[in-house]
Design a protein around this ligand. Structure first.
Ligand SMILES: Nc1ncnc2c1ncn2[C@@H]1O[C@H](COP(=O)(O)OP(=O)(O)OP(=O)(O)O)[C@@H](O)[C@H]1O
Ligand SMILES: [Mg+2]
Length: 309
């Protein structure tokens, strides 16, 4: 039994393959029932981290506890708590969806395997395709079956390594909904992704992994605060408006988009600056057709942080 709310705790994780240092002191923790996204580009060390957390690989240094159990010393207990859905789906192509589920159910010594398989096929919208070989499934169906197979043992933690890579936009949104439902049902989800938008949509907390190091972590809101500035965009009726505005606001960092009759002004996000800009425009009687405040995206944060490291 663990007393607190932390389900996954990772401390000082290091891993090398021969001379290649893949993980360099990785630390993070994940709260019960939350969705945690490990965000990073190709080769950042995401799959390596997931492999260590799910007992499939050994770290050189550091410790990992899942539900209070040590992944090295209590690997069996950890395995009972987790489910891993890999970057490359583990579905048996020759078997039907139903048979895949039944097989895993038997491995887990589930009592009423057929009933459980049916429940999962229904939940993951695979009933119609249940008795076709998995080789005939689309990428999205295969991923859903893979996750369903992972749920047979009633895990409390689920690892999803790039759950939406290669899926079309519609299947991606369906997968996001599945992941949200898993979390709502109390399962702790740790997923990896290369998509900022995915992390932004799903994650309660995000850790940005770059070349084996966590370079930033926090909620989407917290990460965005790392870039306090934003832009104000103003649209004018004609070229004269743009020119006049540029003169008026010459003390600011202004960029032009003449094609769309807009200018973009970098601000520190303060009301004071906003008021000053509006004041100057108001005094000159300049007609502003549209004003919008553009906040930094997670992508800005990501690129800024990666650029600094
Ligand atoms: N078994 C291995 N032997 C040698 N090098 C490895 C091994 N597994 C991974 N690596 C290397 O470790 C680094 C991190 O790999 P990893 O698979 O963890 O990255 P990733 O973040 O999952 O990338 P991707 O987004 O491409 O899946 C890469 O440089 C990779 O080539
Ligand atoms: Mg990977």
């Amino acid at each position: 039994m663990i007393q607190n709310d932390t389900v996954i705790s990772v401390n000082g994780l290091e891993k090398s393959y021969k001379n290649l240092k893949v993980l360099k002191k990785v630390d993070f923790s994940v709260k019960r029932g939350s969705i945690f996204a490990l965000l990073g580009s190709n080769g950042a060390g995401k799959t390596t981290t997931i492999k260590i957390l799910s007992t499939l690989a050994k770290a050189d240094k550091g410790s990992v506890k899942i539900c209070g159990f040590d992944v090295l010393k209590q690997a069996d207990k950890v395995r009972r708590e987790i489910s891993l859905t890999g970057q490359y789906a583990a579905v048996d192509e020759v078997l039907t969806g139903r048979e895949n589920l039944q097989l895993i159910g038997k491995l887990h010594h589930i009592h009423n395997v057929d009933k459980k398989a049916n429940e999962l096929l229904e939940k993951f919208k695979l009933l119609d395709a249940a008795d076709r070989p998995a080789s005939t499934y689309s990428g999205g169906m295969r991923r859903r079956l893979d996750i369903a197979m992972g749920l047979i043992g009633n895990p409390s933690v689920i690892f999803l390594d790039e759950p939406t890579t290669g899926l079309d936009p519609q299947s991606r949104i369906a997968m996001w909904n599945i992941i949200k439902e898993l979390s709502a049902s109390g399962i702790t989800v740790l997923l990896t992704t290369q998509y900022l938008e995915e992390a932004e949509q799903l994650a309660d907390e995000i850790a940005i992994l770059n070349e084996g190091k966590i370079v930033a972590k926090g909620t989407v809101k917290e990460l965005k605060k790392l870039l306090p500035y934003g832009h104000i965009e103003l649209r004018f009726g004609d070229e004269n408006g743009i020119k006049l505005a540029c003169d008026l606001l010459s003390e600011y960092n202004v960029s032009l988009d003449e094609k769309n009759s807009t200018i973009s002004i970098v601000t520190d996000g303060s009301i004071k600056q906003m008021a000053d800009i509006l004041n100057k425009l108001e005094k000159s009687n300049l007609l502003v057709l549209e004003l919008s405040q553009i906040k930094p995206t997670l992508e800005d944060v990501f690129l800024n942080i990666i650029g600094e490291n």
